[in-house]
Design a protein around this ligand. Structure first.
Ligand code: PMP
Length: 362
């Protein structure tokens, strides 16, 4: 068996101890005589798995009792629609603010436009190819909006909010798909935090939604499967939940806790990202398209001063066991995703390869 350093943007690297534990428990989950995949979601064993995943997430993120934690399906993409559908209220206030910082914000915004007649762009960095995050001063927020939506980390463009926007009494809704659990956040300052699991939380197939309870139940006639209130009432078991994905999520949360929680994750992520950005910035051969103050710790895009060498770079990296480094087509070049589970040794190996490539090809 040979494991590579996988820099995929998602689905992405998982902690090795999590995969080993899942392997060990694959055929006989803790004396049950069956795999978690084969278990009824109503069984005692499974009810304990989902309850423990929720309580660990609450503990690690410091989620108060005034918030519900949901494990849903449909990806973060379904939340682009579910959130406006659930948060639209009386006809008098039919407005939502979106801050545009990349392709995922654009997608979220265009889904909201199908529900709200008035969707405002509170700020956008599109004119600079989303290479920076607008500052608090640049946000033109509507104090009567139903909510303000941001994408806390932009997986494709490699930018991340260095601050938490102050939205006054308007609920802040955050797509945290690609940086949840990478740093401490004050949950109490949010209306909703949502994230597809397949970057920092586990495998694809489960989406975590953390929602302030007073934001649920505002809409009476939603289809039940799209209604936060109905889903919360049944403990995310209005239908069969993605049982195995939630089990792996629980193992990832145990691993995060053992590592020292989100504070330790943040230190580890700062170290990894700083090293890689320094290697890029200290060389004229590598270029980073993002503005330093807006740079993501999770997704690091970079290009070559000689773009014609990009294919050779990717092929050489792959041969060195450094895979999935090809950049998104809207940015080009390379993208290294450094989620929680990427070991520092992976970043060291990437930097060593970059230096060697520059020495031989530069
Ligand atoms: N938001 C962000 C920030 C993402 O990175 C992604 C997926 N890469 C999505 C939303 C969409 O997630 P999903 O595929 O789970 O619908």
């Amino acid at each position: 068996m040979k494991r590579v350093f996988n820099f995929s943007a998602g689905p992405a690297v998982l902690p090795l101890p999590v995969l080993e534990r899942a392997r060990d428990e694959m055929l006989d989950y803790r004396g049950s005589g069956m795999s978690v995949m084969e278990m009824s979601h109503r069984s005692k064993d499974y009810m304990a798995i989902i309850a423990s995943a929720e309580s660990l997430l609450r503990e690690i993120m410091g989620i108060g009792d005034d918030y519900a934690v949901l494990f849903l399906q449909g990806g973060a993409s379904l939340q682009f629609s579910m959130i406006p559908m659930n948060l639209i209220t009386a006809p008098a206030s039919q407005s939502a603010d979106y801050v545009m910082t990349g392709s995922w914000s654009e997608k979220a915004c265009s889904e909201a436009k199908k529900i709200f007649t008035d969707v405002r762009v509170a700020a956008s960095s599109k004119s600079v190819n989303y290479s920076r995050i607008p500052t608090q001063q640049e946000l033109t927020l509507n104090p009567d909006a139903n909510y303000v939506h941001i994408t806390s980390n932009n997986t494709i463009f490699g930018t991340e909010y260095p601050y938490l926007p102050d939205t006054g009494s308007v609920p802040l809704v955050v797509d945290a798909s690609s940086n949840i659990l990478s740093r401490p956040v004050d949950v109490s300052k949010h209306g909703i935090i949502y994230a597809g699991a397949q970057k920092n939380l586990g495998p694809s197939g489960v989406t975590v939604v953390i929602i302030r309870k007073d934001l649920m139940g505002r809409q009476a006639n939603l289809p039940s499967m799209l209604d936060f209130q109905a889903l919360a009432k049944e403990g995310s078991m209005l239908n069969t939940p993605p049982t195995y994905a939630i089990y792996i999520l629980g193992l990832v949360l145990e691993w995060v806790k053992e590592q020292g929680g989100v504070t330790a994750m943040e230190q580890h992520n700062i170290r990894k990202a700083n090293k890689l950005y320094a290697a890029i910035d200290n060389s004229a051969f590598y270029l980073c398209p993002t503005e330093p103050l807006s740079r993501s710790r999770m997704n690091v895009p970079f290009t070559l001063a000689k773009p014609e060498l990009t294919d050779a770079f990717l092929a050489g990296a792959k041969a060195a066991g450094l895979v999935t480094l090809k950049g998104h087509r809207s940015v080009g070049g390379m993208r290294a995703s450094l989620y929680n589970a990427m070991p520092e040794a992976g970043v060291d190996a990437l930097i060593a390869f970059m230096q060697e490539f520059e020495r031989t090809q530069g």
